[in-house]
Ligand binder design. Structure first.
Ligand code: ZN
Length: 211
């Protein structure tokens, strides 16, 4: 069976290790076949799902196009990320999947610019905006370092005519972009709410004690 291996970024003839057919009685036409395969190049596992295909002229049905259900072919995008950032982030992912690595890095940098604007920071350049994000406590030292690395990679992608980005570089830049947004919109917000909750409980306990 020929499938696209996400690690090798190439079509490979996989070896089927084992299969399981989920049967639906009496509606057998809805049967689904799951096959655990092995990429012959990187040796990674690939799980495939196939539905039945019904060719014309009363031929026997056969298993249809293989759909990869593992590894997940998508990046995790937090649903709480604002729409204005989501658009450029999705475009960066789309470019990455299409193998347009330089374009993907440039879109990641754009996402970072949009993030600064969304946080109300609009300095003369991205370096100053990132510095301001740190000064205002929106990001911590670690995220500041990631954001700066991302900015530099973005500069290289936009202006370095001789620069050829590796697949791994673009993947890292994208992962860092997602992590920065995740940190801010998920963990930081969650922690702030947690702190408020804990403080309220503490206050409640101390008033009950003094009453
Ligand atoms: Zn592979």
């Amino acid at each position: 069976m020929l499938v696209e291996c996400e690690s090798c970024l190439a079509k490979v003839q996989v070896a089927v290790i084992g299969s399981y057919i989920r049967q639906f009685e009496p509606d057998w036409m809805y049967n689904v076949q799951f096959s655990l395969c092995k990429c012959p190049v990187c040796l990674n596992p690939i799980l495939i799902e196939q539905e039945l295909d019904f060719p014309p002229f009363e031929q026997d049905p056969e298993w249809g196009n293989p759909k990869i259900i593992y590894p997940h072919n998508s990046f995790h995008i937090n649903p709480v990320i604002p729409q204005s950032l989501n658009r450029s982030l999705l475009e960066s992912i789309k470019c990455f999947k299409a193998g347009a690595l330089t374009a993907s890095i440039i879109m990641s940098r754009k996402t970072l610019e949009a993030f600064c604007i969304e946080k109300g920071i609009k300095e003369n350049n991205l370096a100053l905006s990132i510095k301001k994000l740190k000064e205002e406590g929106i990001i911590n030292d670690q995220i500041y370092e990631w954001a700066n690395g991302l900015r530099l990679a973005g500069n290289k992608a936009a202006h370095g005519f001789d620069t050829d980005f590796e697949h791994l570089d673009a993947k890292d830049v994208l992962d860092f972009t997602i992590a920065i947004l995740d940190f801010t919109y998920s963990f930081k917000d969650k922690f702030e709410k947690f702190k408020i909750r804990v403080n309220q409980t503490d206050e409640l306990m101390s008033t009950t004690r003094t009453e």
